[in-house]
Each structure stands twice: as C-alpha cells, then as structure tokens.
Design a protein around this ligand. Structure first.
Ligand code: ASP
Length: 475
C-alpha cells in the first residue's frame, strides 16, 4: 500500500511503497540518486548497479516522470545527510521500480520560487507552475485560512448558506457580467457582484446569522489586487449594530492571525485593539480612505489592521449628474438610528446638504489595502425607497429592480447589517505576496484572459442562435 514520503520517518529498515514525481536526478559514480516528490515532501532514492534490471530502468528516469517504487528505508551514510529536507537523514534502496508515466521537459522551471519567470508563461502552464513549492504552500495555507473562518463562525452559531450565481443584477458600483437566458429571448441573468440582496433576504427569512465563502464577479479593469472573479467572506446578522460587527470581525481576524501566522507582529492600540479612524480623519491625515499605518513598511511581518468608520452616505457623480451611494444604496444613513421612521428628516437633510449625511458604513483595511467593507442596512422600506430616489432612480425603475426587496421588507424585517472581507487580498498579505494572482489557483491576466484555456473565446453559430444573439462586430 502506498504511503506518503513524510511517513518514511518512522519506517527505518522497513519496506515501503511510494508514488510520486522525479524531482531531480544525480549520478555519483555508479550510483543513481533520485529525489522523489509527492504532496508531503521529498526523499532520496538510491539505485545500485548490482540490481541490474532496476538500475537500467532507473537510468532512463528524467525530471517529472511519475513512478511507483518499493524499497527499504535506511540511514544515509555519515556526512551525506541533507538537513534542508525532513527526510534528510534517510534514503531508500529501491527494490522495485515502475514507470507510471513519462514527462517531456517542462517549459518552465519549477524548482525556484518562480518570480524570475515571465508571468504569461507561468499562467499558460499554470498546472506546472502550481507544482512549485511556493504555490503549493500558498494554496494549502489559503484553505487553512478559510477553514479557520468557517470553524470560528460555526462556533458562533452562524450558518453557511449558498446563494444563486445566476440571477438579477445587484448594484455594487461595478459592471455586471451578463449571461443570456436561452429560454427567455432577449433577457439576461447577471453574475453576482456580491450576494448583498440575498443575504438581506435571508435576514427576512429569520436565519439571523448568515455567512458564506463566496465567489463574486465584477467586470472591471483588473489591477494588481483585483480579478474579474474573487472570493469573499460574506456575512450578515440581524438585531445587530456596527459595534457588534466590528468586534466580531476583530476577534475573528486577530484569532486567525495568532493561530495560523504566529510570527506576524500585529500593530494594535494600547488597549490591544484594532484601531478605528473616521473617514474624515483618514482623508485629512493620509489623503486616502485606506491608510497604511504600519510603523515600518520594510518589515514584511508587520500587520496593521484598521477600521475606517463614518463614511459619507452620498458622493456626487459629475458624469451622471447625480448623487450616488458611496457604499451601496442598502446602507443606512447615520442620523436615522435608532428611529427609522425619519423619511421626512432624510429628505430635509438631503435637500439641504447631501454631502453632510454620514452612513452606517465601515471599511476594513490592512497594510494600506481595503480588505473588506460593510454597513448597517436600511430596513424601513419607505426610507430605502427615498434613498433610491435620492440617487436619481425613478419610482418605476426602483420597483422593477428592487421590488422583491421592498416587498420582502413589508413582512417583519429585523434590523440587520453585515460585512464582506475579501479572502484573496488577506491571503496575499499574510503570505507576503505581491499580488492576488499568487494565491489563486487559476487567475486571469490584467485584461481578463485565461492564458491556459484561452478564455474568453468565440462560440459556435449554433450556440449563439440558441441564445438569440447576433454578433455585430461593432466596437
Ligand atoms: N456587499 C458588500 C460588498 O461586497 C459588502 C456588504 O455591504 O456587506 O462590498
């Protein structure tokens, strides 16, 4: 039965069966040494000339061939140990070798961290690029981060609920990816920019504490820390307030870093808390709403979390000549808490000075990156309607786009709020990586292409016809 390479440590003088890849080959005089690699590590195989048949087979082995061996675990001769690997005191004298599959010479080297290789070719051969140690580590650690989050929230009575991927567009300030509806000519689904409306509807549905590790899609120009699809921890709670959500987020992230990255130095306030700063103060002092407050930016192991609070509710969009929500329209204007009947008060303020209205909105910042944002939501349907109108939407359009939410809010909606921290940026910063592509298995280029599969690609005439779509070729 196959065992993992790391398990040979307790198997001295025993016969073991291993399967994996030829990591490297060295010939010393008559002896052939092979480094065998599997997901757990590397160990040294030795082939002696006296085992003629196996020796000759071993002579053919090249890098990245896939093999099965049976052999006996023994100590390496004195002075030949390799302290750099876990099995460095041991080697295996091979008694049986089977070549399972051969490999051509790889188009990219995988024995370095890979930063020196052009990213285009790394992406084209991503399945090989992923064999490198650094990316194996990044993806394995990413899963540990996600598992920690799941366990932490489950412990706190949150439940994970999946929400639809193809549905109606939700405004989060970006462009939607659209999916033509074959059965409904001329109609489209949108991929979610976030599960915002669904998580709010789950509060109407009485779940009270929801979360989801979820993919979100935004058709934006991609940058170093953005991808067309990315992963969020999406979270929503009923009967809550900003304080509770920030405290929960703080506890989760501090515990996570301390458990999984104990060597990181977290910059906290004197009371041992994540600092909070108003939007106004951030803009005045740092001229950005995501300041990097690390003491020493050259220290890769310093983490400076920060909450930015008291955002303005609206900002003027000159191109569209209208006031737009800074976060999204579901965010509650600040003056309204705790009474939520103040539609009149809202209009008075909005007509007087829209820019002065603050929002129950907060951002979560880490080392100068926005790693999350959230808000307390407006749960009064009349006030929500007023906010939509203030943003320049006509009542008919509001009903068409958000009718389901306004309708739902008629049936005993609890006050609620949430937050959605991104997973990719967090793991990028924890792993000291320069961009999120290093922590995503199959990322896309800056202009949204997958260099391995060739997506996006043309589709057949027949497919287009089925979807009632004609390509005009116009730009
Ligand atoms: N849906 C928001 C976002 O993706 C987060 C939130 O308000 O909970 O940015």
């Amino acid at each position: 039965m196959r065992i993992l390479i790391k398990e040979i440590i307790n198997k001295e003088n025993q016969e073991v069966e291993l399967k994996g890849w030829v990591d490297a080959r060295r010939d010393h005089g008559k002896l052939i040494f092979i480094d065998l690699r599997d997901r757990s590590g590397i160990c040294q195989l030795v082939f002696l000339p006296k085992e003629k048949e196996i020796y000759e087979l071993a002579n053919k082995l090249r890098s990245e061939w896939v093999v099965k061996i049976i052999g006996v675990v023994g100590q390496r001769p004195k002075g030949m140990e390799n302290p750099a690997i876990e099995t460095g005191n041991l080697e295996i004298q091979v008694e049986n070798l089977e070549i399972i599959n051969q490999s051509e010479t790889l188009p990219i080297g995988i024995d370095t961290d890979g930063y020196e290789i052009g990213e285009d070719v790394r992406m084209k051969y991503r399945y090989l690029d992923l064999r490198r140690k650094r990316l194996q580590k990044n993806l394995r650690n990413r899963v540990k981060v996600i598992k920690f989050i799941r366990d932490f929230l489950a412990e706190k009575d949150f439940i994970e609920i999946e929400t639809p991927i193809i549905n109606k567009s939700t405004p989060e300030g970006a462009r939607d990816y659209l999916v033509p509806a074959r059965l409904h000519s001329g109609k489209f689904y949108a991929l979610p920019q976030s599960p915002q409306q669904f998580k709010q509807l789950l509060m109407v549905a009485g779940f009270e504490k929801y979360f989801q590790i979820v993919r979100c899609f935004r058709d934006e120009d991609t940058r170093g820390d953005r991808q067309p699809e990315f992963t969020q921890l999406d979270l929503e709670m009923s009967f809550t307030d900003q304080e509770e959500i920030l405290n929960l987020t703080e506890e989760l992230y501090l515990n996570l870093v301390r458990a999984l990255y104990p060597d990181k130095k977290i910059k906290l306030t004197e009371e041992g808390r994540i600092p909070r700063m108003s939007y106004k103060e951030a803009m005045e002092k740092y001229n950005t709403d995501k300041p990097d407050i690390r003491s020493d930016r050259n220290n890769p192991d310093e983490l400076a979390f920060l909450f930015i609070v008291d955002f303005p509710m609206f900002e003027w969009k000159e191109a569209e000549k209208r006031w737009d929500a800074v976060h999204h329209p579901f965010t509650m204007p600040k003056f309204v808490m705790p009474k939520t009947e103040s539609v009149e008060e809202f209009w008075n303020l909005f007509k007087k000075d829209p820019a002065s209205i603050l929002a129950h909105q907060y951002d979560f910042v880490l080392n100068g990156y926005e790693i999350g944002g959230g808000s307390i939501r407006t749960h009064n349907p009349e006030l929500l309607m007023a906010v939509f109108e203030a943003m320049g939407n006509k009542p008919e359009a509001i009903k068409e786009q958000f009718g389901h939410l306004l309708e739902a809010f008629k049936y005993g909606v609890p006050p609620h709020g949430g937050i959605a921290p991104g997973i990719d940026r967090l793991v990028m910063l924890l792993e000291n990586e320069p961009n999120i592509r290093e922590v995503i298995a199959f990322p896309k280029t800056g202009d949204g292409r997958d260099l391995m599969t060739g997506a996006p690609s043309e589709v057949s005439e027949a497919q287009l016809k089925e979807l009632h779509i004609k390509i005009t070729g116009e730009k």
